[in-house]
Design a protein around this ligand. Structure first.
Ligand SMILES: Nc1ccn([C@@H]2O[C@H](COP(=O)(O)OP(=O)(O)OP(=O)(O)O)[C@@H](O)[C@H]2O)c(=O)n1
Ligand SMILES: Nc1nc2c(ncn2[C@@H]2O[C@H](COP(=O)(O)OP(=O)(O)O)[C@@H](O)[C@H]2O)c(=O)[nH]1
Ligand SMILES: [Mg+2]
Length: 205
């Protein structure tokens, strides 16, 4: 059982010790979202994409959304507390039905990983979706033709990639020390990538 304690406007959540947290990391356009959809369909995990949560806030037209949009359009990182609070709230909303959580696009830097652990729990697995920079740029430019995303343009893609190599790759090294990283070659066709993902998740059981 997962317990949610509400106290005034604050919510505290005590997750079941056996609750599975899977992180999914990799560069922009590497194929995280694509694999997440397949994981949800097979394993019933709750998918939380930090980017999607932020875009929903932007779409709401709120004051906070306007500030977020300016940051995201530049390909920069939204402050840690903002993203973590959103993830936590979304986790709490699904706490009584969730079989496990798939956290997509967070942590973006080592500090974010440390905070996740303090406030939520320790991840069991990090799926590192790996593709070449050239491949990611190609995929994002193609996605940009239809995604309507303000950051799927050449200039912002370059910034997102630079920031990924500088801030997010060290996150993978941080979790490698704990042996929870599974590197997934996402240059392969989607189904072949998923076969590797399935193996990594099945090993958790
Ligand atoms: N934890 C996060 C997640 C997202 N963002 C912001 O939201 C943007 C889009 O994030 P996301 O949807 O996760 O995009 P990418 O990681 O670039 O990956 P993809 O487009 O492939 O989903 C980022 O560039 C960043 O400005 C952030 O600051 N912090
Ligand atoms: N060839 C190939 N294309 C992929 C693969 N995964 C994703 N794509 C394409 O790459 C683009 C970016 O994928 P997405 O899942 O949005 O990546 P994310 O940015 O990491 O969430 C999409 O338009 C997908 O169609 C893959 O494994 N192989
Ligand atoms: Mg995505």
């Amino acid at each position: 059982m997962t317990t949610v304690i509400k106290c005034h406007s604050l919510s505290y959540v005590i997750f079941n010790a056996k609750m599975t947290f899977v992180l999914i990391s990799g560069g922009p356009g590497s194929g995280k979202g694509t694999q997440c959809e397949k994981i949800v369909a097979k394993y019933g995990y709750t998918h939380l994409s930090s980017g999607d949560l932020l875009r929903a806030e932007v779409a709401s037209g709120s004051e906070r959304g306007k500030q977020l949009q300016a940051i995201m359009q530049k390909g920069e990182l939204v402050p840690l507390d903002t993203v973590l609070d959103m993830i936590k709230e979304a986790m709490i909303a699904k706490a009584d039905v969730s079989k496990g959580y798939l956290i997509d696009g967070y942590p973006r830097e080592v500090k974010q990983g440390e905070e996740f652990e303090k406030k939520i729990g320790a991840p069991a697995l990090l799926l590192y979706v790996d593709a070449k920079a050239e491949t990611m740029v190609k995929r994002l430019m193609k996605r940009g033709e239809t995604s309507g995303r303000a950051d799927d343009n050449e200039e912002t893609i370059k910034k997102r990639l630079d920031l990924y190599y500088k801030a997010t790759e060290p996150v993978i090294a941080y979790y490698e020390k704990r042996s929870i990283v599974r590197k997934i070659n996402s240059e392969l066709p989607v189904e072949e990538v998923f076969a590797i993902v399935e193996k990594a998740i099945d090993e958790l059981k």
